[in-house]
Design a protein around this ligand. Structure first.
Ligand code: PXG
Length: 293
């Protein structure tokens, strides 16, 4: 059976789900999106994802034609139509169909899309043994421009860094901001551990404030790991005791080598293991039921 995709209130097969070539999401990357996960029939932190979507819409002055509650229903209904319990969910809201000019006033109806599908993860080996990442020469775009806090459809900054990762044969690339501080990776937030303190960059340096990142900060505090949101440099990653990445797709994944430098002994560390384990428990217990009893 082909998957059913929500487009502006109707469901279409993968082959039939289409948008206009005049959609400004396509022409200009004018829009926003979300990547969400469902585990065992429960959608993880759905409210937080919907809130971030609507915050991004406010940032680009896009009026989403649905209430937040209606958007929640779109997500749940699309999952039900596809009979999914474990899934990756992609919400996209674009400016909609306009003319060839930039002016968003020419776009009267935003396009709303919800795609739900099975998830493809990093290979299991990377979770057990950790992965190797590289620093991209491409810098994270400045918050004064397209603020990284908005999950905008303009992902070229991240894609260019991803190409650098691909060229280096690494699954992820670490990005610095224009002040040389580490900010995040192309599709993941970054954490280091130094002297038993968990450190991650603060939002203002230019990161997507990850839903997974926030969950990990909460978990760490709960299990007695001290957390600090502060800036750090590439050198502090090389000399960290531990490093890991977080994201909806990747969950929490250890990093054991950066630009050829082993992190400590090159094995996933104890804090990383504790947090990864706690996160695996959290996703089992928490979430919005797709099929309420
Ligand atoms: N930073 C960036 C730039 C992201 O795009 C995260 C951090 C993690 O945020 P969450 O809320 O998911 O914990 C993301 C999320 C992919 C892919 O293919 C990843 C994301 C978006 C789209 C695709 O890996 N990112």
């Amino acid at each position: 059976m082909s998957i059913q995709i929500y487009v502006n209130g109707q469901y279409f097969s993968k082959e039939e789900a289409k948008i206009s070539v005049f959609d400004h999401g396509f022409l200009y990357g004018d829009g926003i999106f979300e990547g969400i996960r469902a585990y065992g029939g429960k959608v993880f932190r759905l409210k937080e994802h919907i809130d971030r979507l609507y915050d991004g819409a406010r940032g680009i002055m896009l009026d989403i034609p649905l209430t937040k509650q209606e958007m929640v229903e779109v997500v749940l209904e699309t999952l039900r139509k596809n009979e999914l319990k474990d899934a990756y969910i992609r919400l996209v809201v674009s400016r909609g169909t306009g003319d060839l000019g930039l002016d968003p006033r020419k776009c009267s109806n935003p396009t709303v899309i919800c795609i739900t599908d099975k998830i493809v993860l990093y290979p299991e080996k990377l979770y057990n043994e950790g992965m190797e990442i590289v620093t991209a020469a491409t810098r994270r775009n400045r918050p004064e421009g397209v603020n990284p806090q908005m999950k905008s459809l303009n992902y070229l900054n991240n894609i260019m860094a991803k190409i650098e990762a691909n060229l280096a044969g690494a699954p992820e690339a670490m990005l610095l901001n224009t002040e040389d501080y580490v900010v995040e990776c192309t599709g993941d937030n970054i954490f280091i551990v130094k002297d038993d303190v968990l450190i991650t960059p603060p939002p203002y340096v230019g990161i997507l404030v990850g839903i997974t990142r926030n969950a990990i900060i909460e978990l760490a505090e709960k299990i007695g790991v001290k957390v600090e949101e502060k800036v750090f440099t590439r050198y502090e990653v090389f000399t960290a005791d531990e490093c890991f990445l977080s994201g909806t797709a990747a969950e929490a994944i250890p990093v054991v080598k950066v630009d050829g430098r082993l992190i400590a002994d090159g094995k996933p560390g104890p804090v990383t293991k504790k947090i990864t384990g706690a996160f695996k428990e959290l996703i089992k217990t928490e979430g919005t039921e797709i099929y309420p009893k």
